[in-house]
Unconditional design. Structure first.
Ligand code: APR
Length: 243
């Protein structure tokens, strides 16, 4: 019988790779106001400041010291071995993260619901292109050649996340829902556990893996608290042992 797993990840899974989270004491939103850098209004008001913010994060992501950690690697392993364990088995990885550490670890059935830091979107032709260097108002779109219309392909506050139809369909059909390294403050992702509990398979199991209890911890069947690099590989092994 096929079994499907849906995994949601947040900034906590990349913390041990050297990337800041948002709401921890040393988090990004403790250093800069999201209203100044992560809304369409902020980009309208001061595009140079927004470009500078994401240029800094992009350069940080591309530093040699920033690499996938054992939690990213365990999820890539789960995707392969789970699929090998059953013809219809599948693992869908939904990340709120805009870094590329899941891809670098080998995950492939992956959706970036909040977009990607290493992508540019053109407001003139709407094309999405790979982008690994600094971006500015002078940057030229690789697709249409227009200058000045590029923005980072990240979903800002007040904008619609990507892939929502596919995500809700998978939540309605999953046997396991894992939530990893997210504080449960931002919707619609924070509502996924309730979506599974209310509208999913009656037998679906929901599991939180996080450094500490999230806002929605009481909604999960099981919670494992500790650093992702420890609790995720251990949980993945226990899941694979059951196959
Ligand atoms: N291992 C596991 N969890 C960790 C670790 C770690 N090493 N370090 C921190 N955490 C946990 C924190 O306890 C916290 O619950 O990760 C969570 C990070 O929460 P946030 O900083 O709120 O990040 P996230 O939930 O991903 O934010 C959601 O908000 O700012 C927006 O668009 C942005 O995608 C982001 C969204």
């Amino acid at each position: 019988m096929s079994k499907s797993v849906v995994i949601l990840t947040g900034a906590g899974i990349s913390k041990e790779s050297g990337l800041d989270t948002f709401r921890d004491a040393d988090g990004i939103w403790a250093k800069v106001r999201l209203e100044d850098v992560a809304t369409p209004e902020a980009f309208e008001r001061d595009p140079d400041r927004v470009h500078a913010f994401y240029n800094h994060r992009r350069a940080g992501l591309l530093e040699a010291s920033v690499q996938p950690n054992p939690a990213h690697e365990a999820l890539a392993r789960l995707e392969t071995r789970w699929r090998d364990a059953g013809p219809e088995n599948q693992v869908l990885l939904v990340t709120q993260n805009i870094d590329d550490l899941h891809e670098r670890a080998g995950s492939s059935n992956l959706l970036h619901m909040h977009g990607e830091l290493l992508k540019a979107r053109c407001l003139s032709c709407n094309a999405v292109s790979d982008w690994r260097s600094d971006m500015s108002r002078q940057s030229i779109c690789p697709a249409c050649g227009d200058a000045g219309g590029l923005r980072v392909d990240v979903v800002w506050f007040g904008e619609m996340p990507y892939h929502m139809e596919r995500i809700y369909a998978a939540l309605g059909d999953c046997d396991y829902f894992l939530s990893i390294g997210t504080s449960g403050n931002v919707y619609p992702a924070a509502g996924f556990v309730e979506q599974v509990r209310r509208h999913g398979r009656p037998t679906a199991q929901t599991i939180e893996l996080n450094l500490e209890p999230s806002e929605g911890a009481s909604l999960f069947h099981h919670c494992l608290h500790g650093p992702a690099s420890e609790v995720v590989p251990a949980y993945v092994e226990s899941l694979l042992d059951g196959t």
